[in-house]
Design a protein around this ligand. Structure first.
Ligand code: PMP
Length: 404
């Protein structure tokens, strides 16, 4: 295991105060804080290396290109993809899913064809498909869940028919914390000859993800939720699929040859990377990945699971506590409401105690409808959170509860 106090020193922001109280940062599902090595790599690259990648013959451009391409290899290793051709840099999970929805629909979906998503999706795995529904008349089918927040696999199987062309689901729910049985779900999709995409925004930061073991066809993640910079993310795609998809955007970097009569495209992964990439951020992401890899993803998972177990136990003792998402397969996200206290009131008052949580629908309004609520308070954990911070959260909730 790692030394949590030493680890916390790597994240300068964690020692600041808000309202003269120590910051207790429990909004990690929205974004994580950055270790010094990430911030320093950004500064260092802008101060000493900065030049556009892939184009220059000069020294700095080659150095920046080497860093950028080494980052791709770091990502490949981290998620155990077969080749760097399968690693596309994007702006984040949202762009990764939009890319697949757009290119895949262009190539493989016609009016009436169906995509399967689940009731617990983030809007970024609903709206891109709806945009395609408007453009191409595709149909969205929804996997329901039970009251513990687990997807109903028997209902999932029933959704397949001869029109099904794609399954796209969250690996981990950003509201319930449910870790979905995605290996089994991929197997079922493949048995029907349908590709399987995972929204890994809330899984990749919390436990080791292995593309070859999961056998998903596409996987999306966001750098900023993985202790890396904002504005960079990854789309993994099996080469056999990426090869068959048309480009998402056009421009520089993604072409082989351009004339007004005919343009040919670059090989993978560049075919999907039009324009200047955020090469400083990709390098920052690689530094974040090196950082979590050195701590050990298994250690991070163990630490966060312990925190989750601890908070779930403590919450049982709070009067009127309702926790949404009680699956055994639960990751470091706790959504809750206490009695009739509005989520926004709870969040605002916790904030005054220095405790940062998120309130509202968490970009999952259909899930809120399913739960019959407007929103929740959400506490989400990262590798640097402590049991003391959870004690502060519990004491804070009790204090706020007494005020109502
Ligand atoms: N999917 C899930 C499950 C998420 O939690 C989030 C971020 N809240 C996203 C997608 C979107 O990620 P981003 O805004 O970084 O593109």
């Amino acid at each position: 295991m790692y030394d949590i106090n030493k680890v916390r020193e790597d994240f300068p922001i964690l020692s600041r105060t808000v309202y003269d109280r120590p910051l207790v940062y429990l909004d990690n599902a929205a974004t994580t804080q950055k270790p010094r090595v990430v911030v320093e790599s950004i500064m260092e690259e802008y101060y000493n290396v900065n030049a556009n990648v892939h184009r220059g013959v000069h020294y700095l451009s080659q150095q920046a290109t080497d860093l950028h391409e080494a980052s791709r290899e770091t990502v490949r290793r981290f998620i155990n993809a077969r080749s760097t051709s399968e690693i596309i840099f994007t702006r984040g999970t949202t762009e990764s899913i939009n890319l697949v929805a757009s290119s895949y629909c262009d190539a493989f979906m016609n009016e009436g064809d169906e995509v399967i998503v689940s009731v617990m999706e983030h809007h970024s795995n609903i709206v891109p498909w709806q945009l395609q529904a408007t453009r191409k008349g595709i149909v969205i089918r929804v996997i329901p869940m039970d009251d513990r927040g687990e997807l109903m696999l028997d209902e999932y199987e029933k959704l397949f028919n001869e029109k099904t062309r794609m399954v796209s689901v969250a690996h981990v729910s950003n509201v319930l914390g449910t870790v979905n049985p995605v290996k089994e779900m991929a197997r079922i999709a493949h048995a029907h000859g349908v590709p399987f995409m995972l929204d890994g925004a809330q899984s990749a930061p919390h436990f080791a993800v292995d593309m070859q073991q999961l056998d998903c066809d596409f996987f999306a993640l966001s750098g900023h939720k993985l202790y890396g910079p904002t504005g960079v993310g990854v789309l993994y795609g099996k080469e056999e699929w990426l090869d068959r998809l048309p480009p998402y955007q056009g421009g520089g970097e993604m072409i082989d040859n351009v004339s007004f009569e005919k343009t040919t495209f670059e090989r993978l992964p560049f075919k999907f990377e039009a324009g200047t990439p955020d090469y400083v951020a990709t390098n920052g992401l690689a530094k974040a990945i090196d950082y979590v890899t050195a701590l050990g993803m298994d250690n991070i998972e163990k630490h966060e699971r312990e925190l989750t177990k601890y908070v779930m136990e403590k919450m049982k003792n709070i009067d009127g506590m309702a926790v949404f998402g009680t699956s055994e397969h639960k990751d470091a996200v706790i959504s809750f409401l206490v009695g009739n206290i509005h989520h926004l009131d709870m969040g605002t008052l916790l904030d005054r105690l220095g405790i940062a949580v998120r309130t509202g629908h968490h970009c999952a309004q259909p899930l809120m409808h399913r739960l019959g609520i407007q929103g929740t308070v959400r506490a989400s954990f990262a590798l640097y959170n402590t049991k003391d911070e959870i004690d502060a959260l519990i004491a804070g909730i009790e204090r706020v509860s007494r005020m109502f």
